[in-house]
Write a protein that binds this ligand. Structure first.
Ligand code: FES
Ligand code: FES
Length: 176
C-alpha cells in the first residue's frame, strides 16, 4: 500500500504493508534512526516521536493511522545544523545536566519532555512523573527531572541554572 506522510516538514510517499508501525517506516525507509526500538509494545517510550506535537509511541502506531498529521522526530527537534547554544531548550538542558548514561532511551525521553513542556511550561515533579512514563534502564530519572526544570525556567541567571542548584552533584548517585 502507498501512504503519504509528512515527517520533519518533508512530504514522503512510502510503500508499506498495512499495519506497519511508523517506527519501522522512520528507521528503515526514511533512515531516521534516532528513534529507537525498545519493547515494541508501547511500554518503554524509546520510540517516542511527536504526532502533531503530541508525544506518541511510534512502535505501536500503524502507518495508516498517521494520515495528514505531522510527524516530528528527534532529528528535527532543533533546527538542522543548529550551532551549540541554539539547540531546543530541552536538548540544551540535557547537555548541561549531562543526563544520558548509555543513551538508548534518551531520544524518546527528550521528545517526551519537549511535548510536556509545550503543554505545561512549568511542570512539577509530580507532573513529570505522571506524564513521562518512559523507561530508563540506567536510572537517569533524577537528572531528567532536573533538566526538565532547567529547560522550563523562563530565564537563566548567569552562574545559576535553575534546577541545577549551586553545589548540586549531577549523577552523584546510582539513580542520579
Ligand atoms: S519501543 Fe515503543 S514503547 Fe518501547
Ligand atoms: S540512559 Fe541508558 S537506558 Fe536510559
Amino acid at each position: 500500500m502507498g501512504y503519504d506522510v509528512t515527517v520533519n516538514g518533508i512530504a514522503h510517499h512510502i510503500t508499506a504493508d498495512e499495519g506497519t508501525p511508523l517506527l519501522w517506516v522512520l528507521r528503515e525507509q526514511l533512515n531516521l534512526t534516532g528513534t529507537k526500538f525498545g519493547c515494541g509494545i508501547a511500554a518503554c517510550g524509546a520510540c517516542t516521536v511527536h504526532i502533531d506535537g503530541v508525544a506518541t509511541r511510534s512502535c505501536s502506531l500503524p502507518i495508516e493511522s498517521v494520515g495528514a498529521q505531522h510527524v516530528t522526530t528527534i532529528e528535527a527537534l532543533s533546527p538542522p545544523g543548529a550551532p551549540p547554544g541554539t539547540e531546543h531548550p530541552v536538548q540544551a538542558a540535557w547537555i548541561t545536566a549531562q543526563v544520558p548514561q548509555c543513551g538508548y532511551c534518551q531520544s524518546g525521553m527528550i521528545m517526551a519532555a519537549a511535548a510536556l513542556l509545550a503543554k505545561n511550561p512549568q511542570p512539577t515533579d509530580a507532573d513529570i512523573d505522571a506524564e513521562i512514563t518512559n523507561i530508563c534502564r540506567c536510572g537517569t530519572y533524577a537528572r531528567i527531572r532536573r533538566a526538565i526544570h532547567a529547560a522550563a525556567a523562563p530565564k537563566l541567571t548567569p552562574g545559576h541554572t535553575p534546577g541545577l542548584t549551586p553545589g548540586s552533584t549531577i549523577g552523584g548517585t546510582a539513580h542520579g
